[in-house]
Design a binder for this molecule. Structure first.
Ligand code: ZN
Length: 248
């Protein structure tokens, strides 16, 4: 990743493939990201930042409320830029409650937010997420509304001032080609391309690969490539005083 030009990573809290059985498991996971992963990235000259959450996949569990309580001290840590991923998975009432609690924690502390959208019923998930963002009066410029597809991107751009995330992840989400196609239609303002490196078939080079696809298309200027893969995420992240990456 470093050789491909990646200078900073923001790692959100994710679902590990199996549900964690106790609050302490979440604390261990957050600590692992903050301590170990940040040091590991640094060995390669990459700045590593973290977003803390009870992920939507685990928001349905009985311990979710205690997990949210346990997040508080971690939000003050040096490399923690915000709260994420939060949002909907199966779009249940408890997921909504856990989503709102975490969104409020971010608003109170003026933190950045990443909102996941579900793989199934994505449009409904984005619609309800937008309603909640408006009802909670969340500062939209501090939110990435993530995992947009052709079905949702227009809604996200039209109804919100959030950053519009497109996650290049070949199994359940988008190819780089589809993400780039969406930008030929909707432009590059507020567009963010990110990748997912997890338990599925993952591509840690999703962002530089998307830059290559943008160049190959012949549709974009080099400034637009830089805007999507560096300037847009940089300007979003630089809203956090904890984000220390130098622009150049
Ligand atoms: Zn997600």
């Amino acid at each position: 990743m470093s050789i491909a030009g990646i200078r900073a990573i923001v790692e959100p809290s994710f679902w590990a493939g199996t549900d964690k059985r106790a609050v302490a498991c979440f604390e261990d996971y957050w600590e692992h990201m903050i301590s170990f992963e940040t040091a590991r990235a640094k060995k390669y000259g990459i700045d590593h930042y973290v977003m803390i959450s009870c992920n939507p996949k685990e928001a349905r569990n009985a311990i979710a409320f205690d997990v949210v309580e346990a997040m508080v001290p971690y939000l003050d840590r040096e490399s923690v830029l915000g709260v994420g991923e939060i949002g909907f998975d199966e779009i249940t009432d408890q997921e909504e409650e856990i989503f709102r609690l975490q969104l409020r924690m971010a608003i109170e502390r003026d933190l950045l937010v990443i909102i996941h959208s579900p793989h199934h019923n994505k449009l409904k998930g984005i619609e309800r997420s937008i309603e909640i963002i408006k009802e909670e009066n969340a500062p939209e410029e501090k939110i990435i509304l993530d995992h947009n597809t052709e079905e949702t991107i227009e809604l996200t751009l039209r109804e919100t001032q959030c950053m519009a995330g497109m996650t290049v992840y070949y199994v359940t989400k988008l190819s780089a080609e589809r993400a780039v196609n969406m930008m030929t239609r909707y432009g590059t303002d507020r567009m963010i391309i990110n990748g997912s490196a997890d338990w599925g078939y993952s591509d840690p080079l999703a962002v530089p690969r998307s830059a290559m696809v943008m160049r190959k298309s012949g549709f974009f200027t080099e400034d637009e490539v830089k805007k999507v893969t560096f300037d847009n995420p940089y300007n979003f992240l630089a809203q956090s005083p904890k984000f220390k990456l130098q622009r150049s």
